[in-house]
Design a protein around this ligand. Sequence first.
Ligand code: CA2
Length: 151
Amino acid sequence: MAVRLMVLNGPNLNLLGVREPHIYGTTTLGEIEASCRDCAGTLGASLTFHQSNHEGALVDLVQKARTDADAIIINPAAFSFTSIALVDALKAFDGPVVEVHISNIHARDELHRHSIISPTARCVICGAGPYGYILAIETAVHFLSASARAS
Ligand code: CA2
């Protein structure tokens, strides 16, 4: 059976490519979704792709992933620095979590530097731009195929 990936995007990422291109570039979230779908298709994985500005909606999706997905790829955006609710939900997910940020959060100001989500992630990718989503998908599929081989 195809591995099932759930890609989650946090607040304001719907504005990608539209506002602040000097920080986040000119690629839109729609273009990122299309490249994620291409990549998942090439790897034989199925993929759902979501964006929400609402913490509770993202928590609901993480809980849904407990039955509907084998791995989560998440760009929590500003919730990276604030959301204990997302941390708790991600801890209750059994599969691998890959956290992705478009920018290098370590090179940002103090406010944007310390993701509280990262300890729940098996892998954190940041600073690769939109290509980080492709790296995250490849990494999640790699983790899932390695664990299938081990069992
Ligand atoms: O680099 C990333 O992917 C971030 O998760 C983006 C977040 C930021 O808070 C994190 O530190 C790093 C911000 C997303 C806001 O996206 C916008 C896009 C265009 C215009 C305004 C905001």
